[in-house]
Design a protein around this ligand. Structure first.
Ligand code: FES
Length: 149
């Protein structure tokens, strides 16, 4: 019996920055990407993080049981609001840098030492929402919507 020819990619494709960038641009940033299963975050305050192509998001179950996705970027000085890959944050996210806190629906909850800031319209400084869909309980995010413009 003749050997079967293996169709595989050439070795250079596994470690090529230009090809990786092209794949990100043409494939991954244009399509929904599986990020987890809804059962990964069963309770209010449970979250998981998602990162791809220099974008980072946090996906959380809110107090009403809805699953939401946000940029994992604090609106104050752009720190990561959540550092761990997965966990439980209680009723809010608290940024580790200066302590701004966000409700599970992404709204800005509290600014420590608020008097030291100029007057801030809290409505304008919630976490930026991203796109998330659940099909058959598989959560998928669209990474391109997390691109910070
Ligand atoms: S960067 Fe988040 S509170 Fe300052």
């Amino acid at each position: 019996m003749a050997p079967v020819a293996m169709a595989c990619l050439p070795a250079w494709t596994y470690n090529n920055d230009e090809l990786t960038e092209l794949e990100m641009e043409q494939i991954f940033l244009r399509n929904w990407v599986f990020v987890g299963h809804v059962s990964d975050i069963p309770n209010s305050g449970d979250y998981l993080c998602f990162g791809m192509a220099n974008e980072r998001a946090v996906i959380v179950r809110d107090r009403e049981g809805q699953v939401r996705a946000f940029h994992n970027i604090c609106r104050h000085r752009a720190s990561r609001v959540v550092a761990e890959e997965k966990g439980h944050c209680g009723n809010s996210f608290i940024c580790p840098f200066h302590g701004w806190s966000y409700n599970l629906d992404g709204t800005l909850e509290n600014i420590p030492k608020a008097a030291s800031f100029p007057e801030i319209d809290k409505q304008q400084f919630g976490l930026k929402a991203g796109s998330l869909k659940a099909e058959n309980e598989r959560m998928q995010a669209q990474a391109k919507v997390f691109a910070v413009g």
